[in-house]
Ligand binder design. Structure first.
Ligand code: AMP
Ligand code: FE
Ligand code: FE
Ligand code: ZN
Length: 284
């Protein structure tokens, strides 16, 4: 049996990633990834085709999503795995979130225009296509139009949190985001805690209904990985991990295949789902 190498956090052009799902799966496969989750922001558009495409290459593709949630002014990201991608309730919510993203992108463009940066919303749409619009599309459009020199400067100077053209988008409270994921049969994981929070907030979020934590992530040092693994054990949580791959960066080749978890993490998730399912059936 081949060793499982699982990257459970990847984006495609259905949100702010560069590659279409099939190209991403092919690239991952070439890097020895055997299991992956496509976790686009507010979109399940990659499914079911991505699952079928993966199966043809012997790559297991787990249906996933990345939701944003708010704790006061702070935004946190929650990954949902093993979702029923036909669940109407979830699909309705995701459509609403994408509409809110579009409205927020228009507000950002208006703020940039007021700052004398003549970006058009159409140039942002050319970057996002029909997918969920994110700030990275705005950053790419600004660079491509020659209005700002580089991608990172766009965030640091204009659209990052607290900057003059920053705009919030509509987000659910974490407890509702976890409930939404659970209502579509999925498991909830707190994404990249190391990027944005202290342990006090983390412990509060654990009580919101999380099944686990993303322990492995490019933004986590070795010490942080050990730290979060300790929290996973202490609170009887599940472990996840992935590259948060978006594509289009100079270090794409180094990232792919370097931030993975092993088969025991994926098996533990499947056991959790199986046990939930059988305890529900026995109550009926
Ligand atoms: P959005 O979902 O539209 O709020 O965009 C969030 C995405 O923007 C994240 O997934 C990152 O890829 C990117 N991003 C957010 N903040 C920064 C930042 N300060 N520097 C660079 N990229 C960022
Ligand atoms: Fe993203
Ligand atoms: Fe994220
Ligand atoms: Zn992500």
């Amino acid at each position: 049996m081949t060793n499982v190498k699982a990257d459970l956090h990847m984006h495609t052009n259905r949100s702010d990633g560069i590659f279409p799902p099939d190209e991403l799966i092919q690239k991952a496969h070439r890097k020895g990834i055997t299991t992956l989750s496509i976790t686009d922001h507010d979109s399940l558009d990659a499914f079911p085709n991505a699952v079928k495409f993966g199966a043809a290459l012997n790559v297991e593709v787990i249906p996933g999503v990345e939701l944003s949630a708010n704790v006061d002014a702070k935004e946190v990201h929650i990954l949902g795995y093993f979702l029923d991608f036909t669940n109407e309730h979830l699909l309705e919510y995701l459509k609403f979130f994408r509409e809110e993203r579009k409205k927020r992108a228009i507000r950002i463009v208006e703020k940039l225009n007021r700052l004398q940066i003549p970006l058009t919303f159409e140039s942002v749409l050319r970057k996002s296509g029909s997918g969920a619009i994110g700030r990275p599309h705005i950053a790419m459009a600004l660079v491509e139009e020659g209005l700002v020199n580089d991608y990172q400067t766009v965030f640091d100077k204009y659209i990052g949190f607290g900057c003059p053209a920053y705009e919030k988008k509509f987000n659910l409270p974490p407890v509702e985001a976890c409930a939404l994921i659970a209502s579509a049969g999925g498991l909830s994981f707190l994404a990249h805690p190391g990027r944005s929070m202290d342990d006090e907030l983390l412990k509060m979020l654990i009580k919101s209904g999380l099944d686990g934590i993303e322990v492995v992530h490019p933004s986590h040092s070795e010490n942080l990985v050990t730290h979060y693994r300790g929290i996973v054990t202490q609170y009887f949580l599940l472990e996840s991990g992935g590259s948060d791959f978006h594509g289009g960066k100079r270090n794409d080749d180094e990232i792919l295949g370097s931030f993975c978890v092993d088969g025991s993490c994926v098996d533990a998730m499947k056991r959790r789902l199986f046990n939930q399912h059988s305890s529900r059936s026995s109550l009926q």
